[in-house]
Design a protein around this ligand. Structure first.
Ligand code: SF4
Ligand code: ZN
Length: 329
């Protein structure tokens, strides 16, 4: 029977990338210390900060909401947590996951705000039907993969809902797997500039006003240093309710292919995921030091106007989400 490398009690897991066995308590301490480290590195929480917390009913956001609600991260003590769920309209999936999110929020004494794609865009089930119908009747029409629609709609709705909640920051449950996948995907799509925006917002002084720029709520990623399987284990140990099913449209996603490849690589060479996250953060830090990076951001923000259909910030007359809806009409 393996014993915990930290305290000598019965171990429940071995993390191969650091060749260490952990008991329940020491694993949870490791998990939580990484959230504290992410906060320290990126200054995510401030006194009295209104923090919208994106929840999906899945394991990552359940672990994140629980850790934040326990106020074991410095700076979260005075923060107001505002759980927020975006319902894409995927019957048999998100409605079931939302029940778990509702249950968790009830257990934590937090009020869950739910916003739906149908309020501004289209239900994802309708998006898929319309895309397939258009492709069948028009050979010229090139529809996108499911997640390309869904991701754009979600980002827009999360930002708008966070603005409506007067949130100073939006916590997203992206874990180390997500960051490593996105980093690779951006390079594979020849979209390195999107990679540069992947890092959590950096806040500099804890008592300074949160920089909410031109209608964008800064996104923070408290789970940046925890792997996906570690989020699941943390939920199991803490007995948190979460939905275990997968989205029926996930098979179409390129992310799924990248995820499988990274899992295979991690099994062969433990530590590659964290190395990708570290490489990304190193690269990002170097880019930030370039004098042109802040000017680029100013140029982008300077060009912003308002989408004529939905009112969100956009660099064009119609924002990306509304362009997608128009293409499907
Ligand atoms: Fe949306 Fe893709 Fe996630 Fe399904 S897997 S909820 S389609 S982003
Ligand atoms: Zn729009």
């Amino acid at each position: 029977m393996p014993v915990c490398s930290k305290c000598g009690q019965s171990a429940i897991v071995r993390l191969s990338y650091n060749a260490t066995d952990y008991c329940e308590g020491c694993f949870c301490e490791l998990f939580e210390s990484r959230v504290r480290q992410a906060n320290k590195d990126f200054g995510m929480f401030r006194l009295n900060q209104r923090t919208a917390v994106g929840v999906s009913g899945g394991k990552d956001s359940a672990a994140m909401l629980y850790v934040l609600s326990k106020k074991i991260v410095p700076g979260v003590h005075g923060a107001v947590l505002l759980p927020l769920l975006i319902d894409e309209g995927i019957q048999g999936y998100r409605n079931l996951a939302a029940e778990k999110a509702q249950q968790l929020c009830g257990e934590l004494g937090l009020e869950l705000t739910i916003r739906r794609y149908s309020e501004k865009f289209l239900l994802m089930d309708d998006v898929m039907k319309r895309r397939d119908a258009k492709q069948a009747e028009d050979a010229q029409f090139k529809g996108k993969r499911s997640c390309s629609y869904c991701g754009v709609f979600r980002k827009s709705m999360l930002n708008q809902a966070a603005l409506d909640l007067q949130a100073d920051a939006l916590a997203i449950g992206h874990n180390a797997d997500d960051v490593a996948q996105t980093f690779l995907m951006n390079f594979m799509h020849h979209d390195a500039s999107a990679g540069a925006r992947l890092a959590p917002s950096q806040q500099t002084a804890l008592d300074a006003p949160t920089p909410r720029k031109a209608g964008f709520v800064p996104r923070i990623k408290p789970l940046l240093y925890n792997l996906e399987k570690e989020c699941a284990l943390y939920c199991e140990i803490k007995g948190l309710p979460y939905y275990r099913g997968n989205c029926p449209y996930a098979d179409e996603s390129f992310r799924g292919d990248v995820k499988n490849s990274l899992n295979e690589l991690e099994a062969k060479q433990p530590g590659v995921k964290f190395n990708l996250v570290r490489s990304y953060l190193d690269l990002h830090a170097q880019l930030e030091r370039l004098p042109s990076s802040s000017k680029t951001e100013e140029r982008v923000l300077g060009k912003l106007r308002t989408c004529s259909r939905c009112g969100q910030n956009s660099s064009q007359a119609l924002c990306q989400a509304c362009q997608l809806v128009a293409e499907l009409s």
